[in-house]
Design a protein around this ligand. Structure first.
Ligand SMILES: [Mg+2]
Length: 129
């Protein structure tokens, strides 16, 4: 039985898509896993250094794939109990996290999050069945 009420903060460039900032990179393999998480009741918070129109394009990436976002660059529910600017989440998925599985793509300078391995970790840690 997976954890159904987790709040998961998710980085965009290099994590959800390959590095192409300010453009939108290729899906790194995240979409089906993110859909699985939201179908299971997890809340996704997009957290990204993008802002303005560039952030809008990232939000659009989720919308066209039918992946609901709970919030963007904030956790609205934490305002009830803290004034901290850190986005509170149960889990953070970010290509810059220590230990985030990465894979290299031919011709690409920077590695990208490895979603096959991330999915395995999510199962192991109880976020997915
Ligand atoms: Mg990143």
């Amino acid at each position: 039985m997976a954890i159904h009420d987790a709040t998961i903060a998710i980085d965009f460039d290099g994590t959800v898509v390959t590095h192409a900032y300010p453009e939108i990179g290729e899906d790194a393999g995240a979409a089906p896993v993110l859909k699985e998480l939201t179908d299971n009741g997890c809340r996704l918070i997009l957290y990204s250094m993008r802002h303005g129109k560039l952030l809008d394009r990232a939000v659009e990436w989720f919308r066209v794939r039918g992946i609901p976002l709970y919030a963007v660059n904030e956790n609205p529910s934490q305002k009830r109990w803290t004034s901290s600017p850190k986005i509170h989440a149960d889990l953070y998925i970010d290509d810059c996290n220590l230990g985030c599985p990465l894979r290299f793509i031919d011709g690409e300078k920077h590695p990208v999050a490895d979603w096959a391995k991330i999915r395995e970790q999510l199962v192991r840690e109880g976020f997915l069945d």
